[in-house]
Design a protein around this ligand. Structure first.
Ligand SMILES: *Cc1c(COP(=O)(O)O)cnc(C)c1O
Length: 383
C-alpha cells in the first residue's frame, strides 16, 4: 500500500475500530474511595464490586481500591468471587452477597471466600462443611430488616441466637442487612430498619455490624456500624438525589457520528416513523444504541451534547445507532467521525438515567462491550 494514496488521517488512532469511547478515571475512583472512607470514619469503607464493578471492569477497579486501602470487597454472585479471588488475597476479605447455591460450599471454603448466609438452610450447610473439614469457617450473617429480599427473619435470628450449637464451626465476621430506601433521606423506613438491625445485633454481641450502602453513608443517624458497603458512589453516582453529588465523576462516554443528512419538513425519522420533521431538519446518526446500554426509553427524550449544545434524540433508539437532531448547529459543524458527548461535562450519568426513566446503576451496568475503554490515571505510584 502506498501511503500517499490515502488522503484520510486517523482522527482517533486509539479507538481500535470502536465508535464509542468510554473513559474510566481510576484516579477519581481512588479519590471517591478516600472521600467515602472519611465519611465512614470511624467505621471502615468496604467496596461493592459486583456486576464487574458496576460495569467499569472489576480487574481494573479492584487493584486501585486495594492500593487506596480497601480491605473488604463484596460481589453478588459466587462466580464473580471465583473470578476476582486471585486479585483479592492476603489480608483482604471477599464476600458473596447472594450467598451460596447448594454444592458450592466446598469450592467456596477451598477458595477462602466468605459467604453471606441469608437463611437457615445456608447456615446449616456451612456448618456441615466446617464439621466435615474439622475447622472453623468464616461467614457473614444477613438479616431481613424490612426489605423482604435476603436474610434471616427476626424470628429465625432469635431461634439461632438462643441455640448454643447454632453457629458451631462458623466464625461470624460481620452482621449485615440492606436498606431499601437509603436514597430517600427522609424516608421513615430507614429509621425502622435501623431499629431492627440494632435488635438483631444485640442477639449476636461483639460481631461488627455492616449496614450502610452509598445512600446509607449520607443518612443522619447511627447507620454506619463498623463497616460500610458503598457501591455506586465509588463509581461517581450520586448516593442520594436529595443532595448535590459529592462524588467525583468517574465515567465519560463519547460516541462517533457515522452520517449526517438534511431532511425536508414531513420526513419520517427512525423506526416506526414515530417522529416526523415539522420543519427542515439536520440529523446526525451516532454509532451506539440500545445494545450499547442506551435504553430504548430514551427515544425522542434524551440528548447528546456537542460543545455544550444540546442535541435531542430524534425518534426511536435503534439497536446500534441513534439519530440526533442537530438543527441547532450551523451547517457543516458535525462531520463523520466527530464524537458527541453522552456522559461527561455537560450531561451527568444521573441526567441520562433520568431521561431514560431509570437509575444511574442500570446505565452503568448496561454499558456493553462495543466501546473502546480507556482507563485514565491508572494506579497511583504510592500505594
Ligand atoms: C448493591 C449492594 C450494595 C451497594 O449499594 P450502593 O447503593 O450501590 O452503594 C450494598 N449492599 C448490598 C446488599 C447490595 O446489594
Amino acid at each position: 500500500m502506498n501511503d500517499t494514496m490515502r488522503n484520510v488521517t486517523a482522527a482517533y488512532p486509539d479507538t481500535l475500530g470502536a465508535a464509542g469511547l468510554l473513559t474510566i478515571d481510576l484516579g477519581a475512583l481512588a479519590e471517591n474511595y478516600r472521600l467515602l472512607s472519611v465519611k465512614a470514619a470511624p467505621a471502615r469503607a468496604a467496596a461493592v464490586v459486583k456486576a464487574d464493578a458496576y460495569g467499569l471492569g472489576a480487574e481494573k477497579v479492584v487493584p486501585v481500591l486495594l492500593a487506596a486501602g480497601c480491605r473488604d470487597f463484596f460481589v453478588a454472585h459466587f462466580s464473580e468471587a471465583l473470578k476476582l479471588r486471585p486479585l483479592i488475597s492476603g489480608d483482604a476479605r471477599l464476600f458473596v452477597l447472594n450467598g451460596l447455591l447448594p454444592g458450592d460450599e466446598e469450592t467456596c471454603a477451598d477458595a477462602g471466600i466468605i459467604p453471606v448466609l441469608n437463611g437457615m438452610e445456608q447456615v446449616t450447610r456451612w456448618k456441615e462443611e466446617a464439621a466435615f473439614r474439622e475447622t472453623t469457617l468464616p461467614a457473614a450473617l444477613q438479616f431481613d430488616t424490612g426489605m423482604s429480599r435476603l436474610g434471616l427473619s427476626m424470628d429465625e435470628a432469635r431461634v439461632l441466637a438462643a441455640d448454643p450449637q447454632g453457629l458451631d464451626g462458623i466464625s461470624l465476621e460481620i452482621l449485615m442487612s440492606h436498606l431499601a430506601c437509603a436514597d430517600e433521606q427522609e424516608h421513615a423506613a430507614n429509621g425502622a430498619q435501623l431499629g431492627v438491625m440494632q435488635e438483631a445485633a444485640a442477639l449476636f454481641p461483639g460481631v461488627p455490624v455492616c449496614f450502610a450502602n452509598s445512600g446509607g453513608l449520607f443518612l443522619t443517624g447511627d447507620f454506619k456500624g463498623a463497616l460500610c458497603r458503598p457501591g455506586i458512589a465509588l463509581y461517581g453516582g450520586n448516593p442520594s438525589p436529595d443532595m448535590e453529588n459529592p462524588m467525583k465523576p468517574v465515567v465519560t462516554l463519547d460516541v462517533a457520528v457515522v452520517q449526517t443528512r438534511s431532511v425536508p419538513a414531513g420526513t419520517a425519522i427512525g423506526y416506526g416513523g414515530t417522529l416526523v420533521a415539522d420543519k427542515p431538519m439536520r440529523l446526525a446518526v451516532i454509532s451506539a444504541g440500545y445494545a450499547d446500554g442506551l435504553p430504548r426509553s430514551l427515544s425522542s427524550r434524551g440528548a447528546a451534547y456537542w460543545n455544550g449544545i444540546r442535541l435531542p434524540i430524534a425518534g426511536r433508539v435503534s439497536m446500534d445507532s441513534i439519530i440526533l437532531d442537530i438543527t441547532a448547529l450551523p451547517e457543516g459543524t458535525l462531520k463523520l467521525g466527530d464524537r458527541v458527548e453522552i456522559i461527561g461535562q455537560h450531561q451527568t450519568l444521573e441526567q441520562i438515567a433520568a431521561d431514560a426513566g431509570t437509575i444511574s446503576y442500570e446505565i452503568l451496568t448496561s454499558l456493553g462491550a462495543r466501546y473502546r475503554r480507556v482507563y485514565r490515571n491508572a494506579l497511583p505510584v504510592s500505594a
